[in-house]
Design a protein around this ligand. Structure first.
Ligand SMILES: NC(=O)c1ccc[n+]([C@@H]2O[C@H](COP(=O)([O-])OP(=O)(O)OC[C@H]3O[C@@H](n4cnc5c(N)ncnc54)[C@H](O)[C@@H]3O)[C@@H](O)[C@H]2O)c1
Length: 363
């Protein structure tokens, strides 16, 4: 399996994807030049499954490692959790060169990454993603942060990891709903940049979760796409925005439904279907492409219709999105599978698309 590099000059870093690599994390960190104290940030579930292996590997490689255990769930992705990490880092007398290891899904990765970005004005950190979503998406690219009661990911910082160590074998313990949610991000990569990946997912939809090999291929392909985009546009000045396909509607749905009611990938799946319909209604995309997106999401067991939300509340939530500037809402809209455009869309057209999606879901 592959080695991929996110190319950012002196801050470039590898994404290493290898089945069964968890016990080699300590020596790999040592080879990166990291030494001394380290902190593994995780939650009780993931820590219970893999904490011992990772802690043992760090200790064997000479690290003085401490484990910091956070509560599990998107509802705990907040500043209080970051405070808990700071407390652990201070108590362990972590220094500016001491690495933080994020062992968990996107929630742990985002919190631990943000703590690493801000503790002592920035310490190194390593991503060890354990959900499919984190392996294909959140562990790569250096976006870190937490939610605010008024919106998702409103507090954060760009801080690139020193390495991403991805072991697909840990997905064996992940429940199926979470696997499906991660697959939503793989669909996203297919729609925005890679028709072949999309077709691969269509061809393998029935068996993708049953065997390591097609899943690993999807992880590697997804990471290559994300690494390529981030290498060109680290801070989302342009191209990187296309990675938000499905997320504008998706975040609004998450905000209204309440964090945790739908998992992130499910909200993104609905968001992608809605964005594709919006694109069709604006005459930018053939109906067949929208149909393929919906069919693939459904074949992977993902929801494709929004929950029952009043259109006014939906619009209000869209306006709250942190990517809305001067009241203008921009969408990533597919023009075909593998191609998207970024468009400012009139509120009237958005409302029409929301109403249509709600009508379709009521059918
Ligand atoms: N930083 C980014 O670029 C970026 C990109 C996409 C999403 N995100 C963020 O990622 C978060 C969602 O991440 P997620 O979907 O990984 O959810 P998550 O981190 O909440 O993990 C889902 C559940 O799976 C459990 N789990 C994790 N690994 C496991 C394993 N191997 N075996 C068994 N259980 C396991 C977790 O404890 C949790 O209960 C959201 O907060 C989202 O905003 C960030």
């Amino acid at each position: 399996m592959g080695n991929i590099t996110v190319e950012l000059g002196g801050r470039s870093y590898p994404i290493i994807i290898r089945d069964g690599m968890l016990p080699s994390i300590g020596p790999r960190m040592h080879r990166l030049g990291l030494r001394g104290r380290a902190a593994v940030v995780t939650n009780a579930l993931v820590g219970g499954l893999y904490g011992k292996t990772v802690m043992g590997s760090l200790k064997d490689a000479g690290f003085d490692a401490v484990r910091i255990t956070l509560p599990d769930g998107e509802e705990y992705k907040n500043v209080e959790a970051v405070g808990m990490v700071y407390d652990g880092l201070v108590a362990h007398r972590m220094e500016r060169t001491s690495p933080v290891v994020a062992l968990g899904g996107g929630v742990i990765g985002d919190i631990a990454g943000f703590a690493a970005a801000t503790y002592l004005r920035g310490t190194p950190y390593i991503q060890v993603p354990t959900t499919l979503l984190a392996q294909v998406d959140s562990s790569v690219g250096g976006k870190t942060g937490v939610n605010h009661p008024m919106g998702k990911n409103l507090i954060g910082a760009f801080h690139q990891p020193r390495a991403v160590f991805t072991d697909p074998a840990v997905l064996k313990t992940l429940d199926e709903r979470q696997l499906r949610a991660g697959a939503a991000e793989v669909i996203k990569y297919g729609v925005i940049l890679d028709e072949a990946l999309f077709a691969f997912m269509e061809a393998n939809a029935g068996r993708i979760f049953a065997s390591v090999s097609p899943l690993s291929m999807a992880i590697e392909r997804s990471c290559r796409i994300k690494a390529g985009v981030v290498s060109v546009d680290e801070r989302e000045g342009g191209l990187r925005a296309i990675l938000n396909f499905g997320h504008t509607f998706g975040h609004a749905i998450e905000n209204i439904a309440g964090y945790g009611a739908l998992v992130h990938g499910e909200a993104v799946a609905i968001g992608m279907c809605m964005a594709a319909e919006l694109s069709v209604s604006l005459g930018l995309c053939a109906p067949d492409a929208a149909r393929r997106i919906r069919s693939l999401a459904a074949a992977l067991g993902l929801p494709v219709h929004p929950p029952d939300i009043a259109p006014g509340a939906f619009m209000a939530a869209l306006r709250m999105d942190k990517k809305v500037s001067s009241g203008v809402i921009r969408f990533i809209l597919p023009t075909s599978i593998g191609k998207v455009v970024i468009r400012e869309v009139d509120e009237r057209d958005i409302k029409l698309a929301i109403r249509k999606s709600l009508r379709d879901s009521a059918r």
